[in-house]
Each structure stands twice: as structure tokens, then as C-alpha cells.
Design a protein around this ligand. Structure first.
Ligand code: BGC
Length: 816
């Protein structure tokens, strides 16, 4: 094969365009009648095989150069439009990247547009030369959506998010983020769903299906074991294959098998010694061959060393190197063309051949052919933002977790006089920073929301307003192009002010705020995981003064992720974990405080008594093995015992258990029953449980019921409890009940046997609790039997093995 010119050909695009125009393109996509891709009859189902065939045919009409140009993004657009994608049409300002298109005398495939992110579409809200605005909805953060345990509600959010993606002319969203919340200090936990893979996987599948019902793509990320931000581009995550399978991969597997997202984004980190984007066992053997993934895999932005080993990424099954380009380690300058040039050299040297790249191109095209850009969808730029505002408010309010509500302190009767403390009522935090932030039109502050329902003590509110205006600190965005943000610590409040507020008002509300973002982990310090001295004194003094006056004190946690509650929770009457509720924050929180909405969220992560109780506290965020002052290796010493799996197995008391959340009503669970057990059929078998849930209180509400299993230990140790199913009731009126049915396939029951590389269901008696939370104390389990070991599936031998010479026993510190 002819060697490729490694110098970027500046005029290639011009020549192609000229040729194509001379050929008088008709419409788009295919200009030449002889070579026209076969259009199926309208009735024909366009399934994966259809697009794969179409992709194969198109790849056959591309030169090697065009193929290489497609597997590398065009570079980073720093807002100056310097590096347009090949065959870019109807550009959208503020996208994070592109998939280069191709235009030759046989093909006219426009570039596809890729935009963040997990809390909604991140594009620029204005465009040069246009007076229009392009605001997107800032939805509740992932951690809040997952706390709904409501796949229907989350699916509606996905559908609405997808409408914005489509109507603003974007093809793929770089979301959802679904890494496991292994440790509460991960800076990006807000983008993620849960410490549990089943919940993460089901919520992700619901988002994917919702978004993709609009014929736009999702990109589940960050695949995989990217559970911290410190030194994220180089850190080596050391995890046992069993923990990988049961905890870190499992959610992705569920999302892939149940929802087939268009794309997967590999992560920044190394996994057991090798960058995830260079691991063929991960991206091809497991993802494609075991799970039957049919989409494309892209790298995270600038991940790994694409300028040196881009070819390894491609061969491993990382089909697309994004955004194209790299930061020169010596000069620090961004080089937009070097990755493509390096790939051409690799091709010329024979490190990678045309057949390899063709596989990548086919994966890419099979998805691009489904995209709005390829299909000439004329974006309206008019998504139904008004309707989405209503849904964002509902989704946020319903998903909030009521942690404490002594003597029915909440709801606070509308129109009573409220003393509202805390800077976060003025600058209510809608979401996290970095690529997961959204350019929405306006965020409703809590102070605004409260005005709608209460007579708010104006002297306090205006004090906080002035304080914020004078003391806010501006922080640069993580990347210059991703907006700045403000923070402001809570001031000390004179006890006399609190005393007088207690005399003049009916109740106190204290809002605690915490923001977090991409690129940095949180810290176990006051002002971050722990409350500041000022916050603690405020809680103490307000509780003393208001309680002395016979009045209630309520705390709202407007936080990106969990904070310590042990130091102060006993002082207050009610605690509402609102997380970061998105743009309707102030209204949604007020809806819950006032009882307009009955909160129905449950914790998707445990709140421990102390940070030190977290099993990964001793290893997070990694250790510096090479002495350069930065952690470069993180060992997953907790193995499969992440979150409640650890606390329940090792009998560690927690502050608030996984799955827990109160309601303004109460629910009764009848005794659960085993409706069917077909596990004797082996891998295809399942067990079906049911329970009837009754609203035993006075107001309408929804309840998320959860099934925890205790499996027998034959060859493999098991966590005491594992979530294997969940279901949310419809809105139940007082006295109403609903039967919930849970079918648990053998596959879901199975554990991973690393000796045999098999998923197995071990024989014996299984206990199952259908429970309102992972605290099953005092509840009677039902049981079912498995008569002999079921081998559910065989997996790739030795996939994701630990580095040579490293044994799990060397670093796993949890033991029974
Ligand atoms: C983030 C991704 C994001 C990408 C594009 C990266 O820094 O890790 O989650 O999608 O940037 O903005």
C-alpha cells in the first residue's frame, strides 16, 4: 500500500468539496446514482444489521486517508472555530467535539456533533451573528435522579433531554455518566448515580432509552473504574477481576444489554496497568463479544497518549480518538493535527493496517447513519423548554431524600413566617462544574421559591443577599471555555440575631451548600465533607433558640454529594437532602418543604457515620509510588465490598442506610412471597417475588421497594446483602395498595468466579427481603432454593487480570 503523507494536507477538504460540488450533489449523503446506498422500504425495520451493512458499504468507498481522518476528531475548538470538522454542516456553537465526516465523489457524510453532558445539553447559549438564544434545561444532577429509584420518571427526563439534543442540532450527548460512587470524596460523584451497580445500570438504561427515543445518541461514560479525579489522566486503578465484574462493570453491562447506547466513552485512567482505551479485553472481548455492544467506543477527551499510541487505542476497539489533538508535554501548547499525523506514521510503519481501521470506521458509521445530521434533520432550535421546566421541577422534587422528620416537622405549613439562614438560599447551587454544567436561561434560587409559599424574614434574607454580593469568590472554570462559578462561605451569625429571628418567626430553615466539579476530588475538611465552624454554630444556635421558643429547625442540603451529618443531625428536626436540583432548584425545594410534593426519593448511596468508616477511606485518592508528589496508583482495597455491601457485611452502623428515605406518608409491606422459581432451568431460569405495598398514612405518595438477597457461600464469599431488584409504586392514595412483582433472572443473582472466569449461581438456600431500605433489621425474609450450581456464562479467560506479581491479597484489606 502506498505510504501516506504524514504532513496534514491542507487542501484535501477543498479538493473534495470542489469535486463534490462539480458532481452536483443531490440532497445529501450520496451523490452518485450508481453508488447510491440502498434505501429500504419504509416498512423495513432499520435494525443494527441494517446500519452495519450500510456502514460496510460506505467504508468500502473511503480511502485509507479518509478512514484515518474519521477515527480521530478534528481537534479542540477553543471557541475560535479554527479547526472545523471535515464536512461540517450546520455547526452548533459549544459542542465538545465532532466525528469527522467524509465527502468524496461517492459519499457525503456530514460531521456528527458531540456535546456534553449528564445534567443536560451543554452548548453555548448564544451564537455569533444570531440574536437567538439556545438555552438548555439544567436537569437535576445524576445523584438526585437516581435517588428517585423511578425508571419511568428518569425515562421521561431522558426523553425531554433528547428532544433538546435533537432540536438544537446535536447528534450524540456525552452522557450519562455512570461510574460507581465508590468514595464520597470523588469530585464527579454528582454526575454519577449510585454506589450500587444494579441501580446505576437501570437508571442509565432509562436515560439512554429516553434520550434515544428521539433518534439521537447517548454515550455512557466513563468506562471504567474511573472513580476519582486526582491525577485522572495517569492514575493506575488496581482492581480485582471479581470486583471489576460485580461492581464496576456491572452497571455498564446492564445499560448496554438493556438499552444499547449508541456510544461508550472509555475513561482517562489506567486499569491494572494499561489505559482503558488501550485494553482490548475491555473494549472488544467484554464490551462487544460478551455483551454484544453494537455501537462505537470513543476515548475521553485527550485521554491516554494518543500522539504516541493512538494506534493501540484503535486496535483495542477504541474506535474514535477524541477530540483529536494533544497537549504538548514540553511546550504545553495544544497541537490539533499531531494525532492524525502520528496515526499516519503508525500506518506507514505497519503498527496498524487498513483492515483494523475499517473495523473502527464501520462501528462509527453504523451509528452516524442514524444521526440527525446524516438524516438531514432540520433542527428547529425550539425545544419545548416550558414543558421541560415543569418536568425538571417535578423530577427534582420527587427525587429528594427526606432523611429526618421528627414529629412531622415537615411539611411547613404555607404562609407561616420563616427565618431562612444560609448563603445558599441566595446562590442556590443547580449543578456541578466542568463538562457536566449546563447553560440554562435562569436558575430559581431558594429565596425566590420560598417567597411563593412563606412570609420570609426579609431582614435575614437581605443580610445574606448583601453578604453574598460582597463576599462571593469567583473561580475559573475547569477549562477556560467552561464557565466560571462563584462560591461564598457562610458567615458567622450573631446569636442575638438568631434569638430575635426565633421570636419573630414560626420556624427556621438552614441551607447548606456544596459545589464540586470535574478534575478535582473533594476533601475531608471543614467547608467540604465536614460542615464549617460557622455552619455548625448556626445549626446549634438556631436549634437552641428556636426549640426554646417551641419552633422547628429544618436543614436543606443543597450539596453535590454527601456531607457529614453525624456532628449535627441530632440538633435539628428535619433534614432534606435536595442534592443539586437543577435550574428549578428553589421551586422544587419549596414544593417539598411545603408539602406540594411528597418526597419519594431514597438514598442511592450510604451516608456513613464517619468518613473513616468508608472502606476506601484509607486508599482514596491513591498513593504516590514514584515520589513526584502526586498519587499515581489507587488500589481498590474494598474489593466487592463497596457501600452498603461493606456496612451490612461487616456490621458497621451507618448514619443513613442505602435505600433509605422518608415520606410524608407511611407505607406498609405485606409479607413477601415467592411466586415462581424456575432456577432449576439453569441460566435461563429466574425467581419471581411479590409484595403488596399499602399507603398507611394520610397523604398520597409513592414508595420505592427494594429486594435484597443473601446468597449462600459455597466457593465464593458474598456480601450479606445485595440489591437484586426494585420497583416504585404509582401514586398511592391513603389506604390504597399496589402489588409489586420482581423477577430476578439467574444472571442477576450470579456472582463472578475468578478462578473459572464464570458467572455462577451457587446452590443452597437464598434469603430475600422486600424492604423499604437496605436496613432489613426486624424483617422476615422469604427463601428460595437453588438445587445445583448454575453456570450462567463463561467469560473471556483472564480478562482484566491484575498486573504481573500483584495479588488481590496484597491490597484487599476488608476481610470477614
Ligand atoms: C470529560 C468528559 C467530557 C469531555 C468532553 C472530559 O474532560 O471527562 O466527561 O464528556 O471532557 O467535554
Amino acid at each position: 500500500m502506498e505510504p501516506l503523507n504524514v504532513k496534514p494536507k491542507l487542501n484535501t477538504l477543498t479538493i473534495c468539496l470542489t469535486l463534490a460540488l462539480a458532481g452536483m450533489l443531490s440532497g445529501c449523503n450520496d451523490d452518485d446514482d450508481d453508488d447510491k446506498q440502498e434505501e429500504p422500504p419504509v416498512s423495513q425495520v432499520k435494525d443494527a444489521a441494517y446500519y452495519q451493512k450500510m456502514a460496510k458499504e460506505a467504508a468500502g468507498k473511503m480511502s485509507v486517508e479518509e478512514k484515518l481522518n474519521m477515527v480521530v476528531g478534528p481537534g479542540m475548538d477553543f471557541g475560535n472555530g479554527e479547526y472545523p470538522a471535515t464536512n461540517s454542516k450546520n455547526d452548533v456553537s459549544g459542542v465538545a467535539g465532532y466525528i469527522n465526516g467524509v465527502k468524496n465523489d461517492k459519499l457525503d457524510i456530514p460531521a456528527a456533533k458531540l456535546a456534553d453532558g449528564p445534567a443536560g445539553l451543554r452548548i453555548n447559549s448564544t451564537r455569533n451573528g444570531s440574536s437567538e438564544t439556545f438555552y438548555a434545561t439544567a436537569w437535576p444532577i445524576g445523584s438526585l435522579l437516581a435517588s428517585s429509584w423511578d425508571t419511568k420518571l428518569v425515562g421521561q427526563v431522558g426523553k425531554a433531554m433528547g428532544e433538546e439534543i435533537k432540536e438544537y442540532g446535536v447528534d450524540f450527548i456525552l452522557a450519562p455518566g455512570m461510574n460507581i460512587q465508590r468514595n464520597p470524596l470523588n469530585g464527579r460523584n454528582f454526575e454519577y448515580y449510585s454506589e450500587d451497580p444494579l441501580l446505576s445500570g437501570k437508571i442509565a438504561a432509562a436515560i439512554v432509552d429516553g434520550v434515544e427515543s428521539n433518534n439521537v445518541g447517548t454515550t455512557i461514560k466513563h468506562f471504567v473504574a474511573n472513580n476519582s479525579e486526582t491525577n485522572r489522566n495517569a492514575i493506575d486503578t488496581i482492581v480485582s477481576p471479581r470486583a471489576m465484574r460485580e461492581i464496576y462493570l456491572r452497571g455498564f453491562q446492564i445499560a448496554v444489554e438493556e438499552a444499547q447506547p449508541w456510544a461508550v466513552m472509555s475513561s482517562y485512567n489506567k486499569l491494572n496497568g494499561t489505559y482503558t482505551n488501550e485494553r482490548r479485553d475491555l473494549l472488544t472481548d467484554i464490551l462487544r463479544n460478551e455483551w454484544d455492544f453494537k455501537g462505537l467506543v470513543m476515548s475521553d477527551w485527550l485521554a491516554g497518549t494518543p500522539q504516541l499510541t493512538g494506534w493501540k487505542q484503535l486496535k483495542a476497539g477504541n474506535d474514535l480518538i477524541e477530540p483529536g489533538g494533544f497537549t504538548d508535554p514540553v511546550t504545553g501548547a495544544f497541537n490539533n493535527t499531531g494525532v492524525l499525523a502520528a496515526l499516519k506514521e503508525s500506518y506507514n510503519k505497519g503498527d496498524i493496517n487498513e483492515a483494523d481501521v475499517t473495523v473502527n470506521v464501520e462501528h462509527i458509521l453504523s451509528q452516524v447513519f442514524q444521526s440527525p445530521s446524516y438524516n438531514n434533520y432540520a433542527a428547529t432550535n425550539k425545544p419545548d423548554l416550558a414543558q421541560h421546566r415543569v418536568l425538571a421541577r417535578q423530577a427534582a422534587a420527587e427525587s429528594m431524600v427526606l432523611l429526618k422528620n421528627d414529629n412531622q416537622a415537615l411539611p411547613l405549613t404555607p404562609r407561616l413566617k420563616l427565618a431562612s439562614f444560609g448563603v445558599s438560599q441566595i446562590e442556590t447551587i443547580k449543578g456541578g462544574t466542568g463538562s457536566g454544567q449546563v447553560n440554562n436561561e435562569a436558575t430559581v434560587m431558594l429565596s425566590e421559591g420560598l417567597q411563593q409559599q412563606y412570609t420570609v424574614d426579609e431582614s435575614l434574607t437581605s443580610f445574606y443577599r448583601d453578604y453574598y454580593a460582597q463576599n462571593k469568590v469567583e473561580h475559573p472554570g475547569f477549562v477556560a471555555s467552561i464557565g466560571t462559578y462563584f462560591t461564598c462561605d457562610d458567615p458567622a451569625i450573631d446569636p442575638a440575631v438568631i434569638e430575635s429571628a426565633a421570636q419573630n418567626n414560626d420556624a427556621a430553615l438552614i441551607t447548606i451548600g456544596r459545589i464540586a466539579g470535574e478534575g478535582v476530588d473533594r476533601t475531608y475538611t471543614r467547608g467540604d465533607y465536614l460542615l464549617t465552624e460557622n455552619e455548625l454554630s448556626l445549626i446549634k444556635n438556631a436549634s437552641d433558640a428556636f426549640h426554646a421558643a417551641g419552633k422547628k429547625v429544618v436543614v436543606v442540603l443543597d450539596v453535590s454529594a454527601i456531607v457529614d451529618t453525624t456532628e449535627w443531625a441530632d440538633k435539628v428536626d428535619a433534614i432534606l437532602l435536595s442534592y443539586l436540583p437543577g435550574q428549578e432548584a428553589g421551586f422544587a425545594i419549596t414544593d417539598v418543604l411545603s408539602g406540594v410534593v411528597n418526597p419519594a426519593g431514597k438514598l442511592a448511596q450510604t451516608i456513613p457515620q464517619q468518613y473513616a468508616d468508608v472502606p476506601s477511606a484509607t486508599t482514596f485518592p491513591g498513593k504516590d509510588t514514584n515520589g513526584d508528589g502526586t498519587p499515581d496508583e489507587i488500589v481498590y482495597n474494598d474489593d466487592i465490598y463497596v457501600g452498603y455491601r461493606y456496612y451490612t457485611t461487616f456490621s458497621k452502623p451507618v448514619a443513613w442506610p442505602f435505600g433509605y428515605g422518608l415520606s410524608y406518608t407511611t407505607f406498609g409491606y405485606d409479607a413477601a412471597s415467592v411466586e415462581a422459581n424456575t432456577l432449576s432451568n439453569g441460566a435461563k431460569g429466574s425467581v419471581t417475588l411479590s409484595v403488596s405495598v399499602t399507603n398507611t398514612g394520610n397523604v398520597a405518595g409513592k414508595e420505592a421497594a427494594q429486594v435484597y438477597i443473601n446468597a449462600p457461600q459455597v466457593k465464593l464469599k458474598k456480601p450479606t446483602l445485595e440489591l437484586k431488584s426494585f420497583s416504585k409504586t404509582d401514586v398511592l392514595q391513603p389506604g390504597a395498595n399496589q402489588k409489586l412483582t420482581f423477577t430476578i433472572p439467574a444472571k442477576t443473582l450470579a456472582s463472578f468466579d475468578p478462578q473459572k472466569n464464570q458467572w455462577i449461581v451457587e446452590p443452597g438456600t437464598y434469603k430475600a427481603w422486600v424492604s423499604p431500605s437496605s436496613d432489613v433489621t426486624g424483617r422476615e425474609p422469604v427463601t428460595f432454593d437453588v438445587s445445583q450450581e448454575i453456570v450462567v456464562s463463561n467469560t473471556t479467560p483472564d480478562a482484566l487480570a491484575l498486573p504481573a506479581g500483584v495479588n488481590a491479597a496484597d491490597f484487599v484489606t476488608v476481610s470477614q
